[in-house]
Every structure is written in structure tokens, then in C-alpha cells.
Ligand binder design. Structure first.
Ligand SMILES: [Zn+2]
Ligand SMILES: [Zn+2]
Length: 274
């Protein structure tokens, strides 16, 4: 953690939540204090959100836009707008209707649930991990196949966060996971390294395997996201994730403005600024 006066890093964390997401109470101003550079928040959109008792979790776009516009006037246009779309087949039309006429800098594509329960709910822990993988990975493929406008595929391991999955067990699902990665490549989406998945839920080895497959298939676009719901997790373990990318000869990450991609060199992210 930094303290007043210390040098701070020019991180770009492309997956963060504020109080505009129902499971966060963090303020934009607190994120702005973490970096001299740009900040993007990616707020939840989950219809029939089982994590929230089946209610619709809908980002208040008007209020979000007005809030960001006001802050951008004060803080030199440092905040970008993002959304984390929780995909289900059933909510496809609702999502499309919601997005109509709304402008975001980045759209994250996530699978959190199967229409019956969220994969972080306790009921999932009682299931057989193979059954969960056989269910979750096809949902991920469906999302990546069907969803037209997303820029980043998030936390591929969300469905198995509650389990201790070995690389060997993951390799049992190589075929479907490679299909997912191929879709990411075909649609020019970025593959997210979700650093809370990697270093909080302990899935870094699974990500290493995915990176290897992705790069071998020709994948080049990566996104770094902590999935912070408070500044405590801002750019969580980015040093480790950057080192892992460099180990795989990746020298930049992909960031989005008005859904147009640009490359941000990792060297920029390692810079200290007073
Ligand atoms: Zn998510
Ligand atoms: Zn998130």
C-alpha cells in the first residue's frame, strides 16, 4: 500500500467496481488516488442475479454517466466507463436492449451463473467438480460465441473458484477450453488475467496453462484486471501477473477506449511516478 508522498505506479486495472455495483461501496475518488493515470470501472449487469436473490442487477447508466462526467471535469478526464456483462442465454435479449444507445469504453463478458444459481453460491461446493466443469466451460463457449460486442473475456475460472482444481484436471477439458480461446481470438477480444482468481483463489497455475494454449493458438491480446470491489485490491498482484506475461514474451496489454483497442506496454505499467 502506498502512503502519502510515495511514488505511485501507472497501473491500468481493467476490471474494477464502485458503489454503482451492488456488491461494492467504493468511491471513484479513492481509485483516482491510486494512480496518476487512467481509471476504468466495470460495473455489474446481471439479469435474474442469483447472487442477489434473483433480482436484476442493473447499472443505473444515467447516474453513472453524469457522475463520471462531473468527476472528469474535476480530474482531467481520467475516468473511463465500463460494464461487466453477466451472460446467460435467457437474458440475451434483455442485455441487448439495455446496451442499445449506451456508450461504454469497455465491455467485459462474464459467466457468473447458469440461470439457477451463481457459481459462487454454496450449493456449487456440494457438486462434483467434473460436473461443474462440464457445465461451466460450455456456458463460457456459448457466451463467447453468441455475444457480439464484448471486448474482454473475464475470469474463465469463475465457475470453479470454489474448488481446488489441478492443472491435470483442467487439461481434461483442453478441447472445449481451446474452443473458448479460439473464439476470443476470432472476435479480437482480450483474454483477462483476473488477478484475484490467480492470487486470491489460488488459480495461477490454471492461468499459466490457459496462457500457454492461448499463445500457441495465436492469441495476443491480454487484459489485466483485479476485479477489485474496493481499493484494497486495486491492481492486486499486478507485478506477478506482469512477470508472468513477460515470461511468455508478451510485452503489452490491451486497453479500450470507446471499445477501440490500443496496446499499453508493460514497461509503462512498471513506471513509478511521484
Ligand atoms: Zn465477475
Ligand atoms: Zn467483476
Amino acid at each position: 500500500m502506498r502512503s502519502g508522498g510515495d511514488a505511485i505506479m501507472t497501473r491500468y486495472d481493467q476490471h474494477m467496481h464502485t458503489f454503482f455495483s451492488s456488491d461494492s461501496s467504493e468511491k471513484f475518488e479513492n481509485y483516482l488516488k491510486q494512480t496518476p493515470g487512467l481509471v476504468v470501472t466495470t460495473e455489474h449487469l446481471d439479469f435474474n442475479d442469483h447472487y442477489m436473490g434473483g433480482e436484476d442487477t442493473i447499472l443505473d447508466y444515467e447516474k453513472y454517466s453524469v457522475t463520471i462526467d462531473q468527476l472528469n471535469e474535476k480530474h482531467g478526464n481520467r475516468i473511463r466507463k465500463g460494464i461487466e456483462i453477466g451472460y446467460t442465454k435467457e437474458s440475451y435479449d434483455q442485455i441487448q436492449d439495455y446496451l442499445k444507445g449506451k456508450e461504454f469504453d469497455v465491455q467485459l463478458l462474464s459467466v457468473h451463473q447458469n440461470g439457477e444459481y451463481d457459481f459462487l453460491q454454496p450449493i456449487v461446493k456440494e457438486k462434483n467438480v467434473e460436473d461443474v466443469m462440464n457445465e461451466y466451460f460450455p456456458l463460457l463457449l456459448e457466451a463467447a460465441t453468441n455475444f457480439p460486442t464484448a471486448n474482454v473475456l473475464t475470469h474463465f475460472d469463475y465457475g470453479i473458484r470454489l474448488f481446488d482444481v489441478s492443472v491435470e484436471e483442467l487439461q481434461g477439458h483442453e478441447s472445449i477450453l481451446k474452443q473458448v480461446l479460439q473464439k476470443v481470438i476470432d472476435k479480437q477480444m482480450a483474454f483477462e488475467l483476473n488477478t484475484r482468481s490467480m492470487y486470491q483463489y489460488g488459480n495461477v497455475a490454471l492461468y499459466e496453462q490457459m496462457i500457454e494454449w492461448y499463445v500457441a493458438l495465436g492469441g495476443k491480446l491480454f487484459s489485466l484486471g483485479s476485479d477489485a470491489h474496493s481499493i484494497d485490491y486495486y491492481a492486486y498482484h499486478f507485478d506477478d501477473a506482469i512477470a508472468l506475461l513477460e515470461k511468455n514474451s508478451v510485452s503489452s496489454v490491451t486497453i479500450f477506449e470507446k471499445q477501440q483497442s490500443t496496446q499499453l506496454p508493460l514497461s509503462e505499467m512498471k513506471k513509478n511516478v511521484k
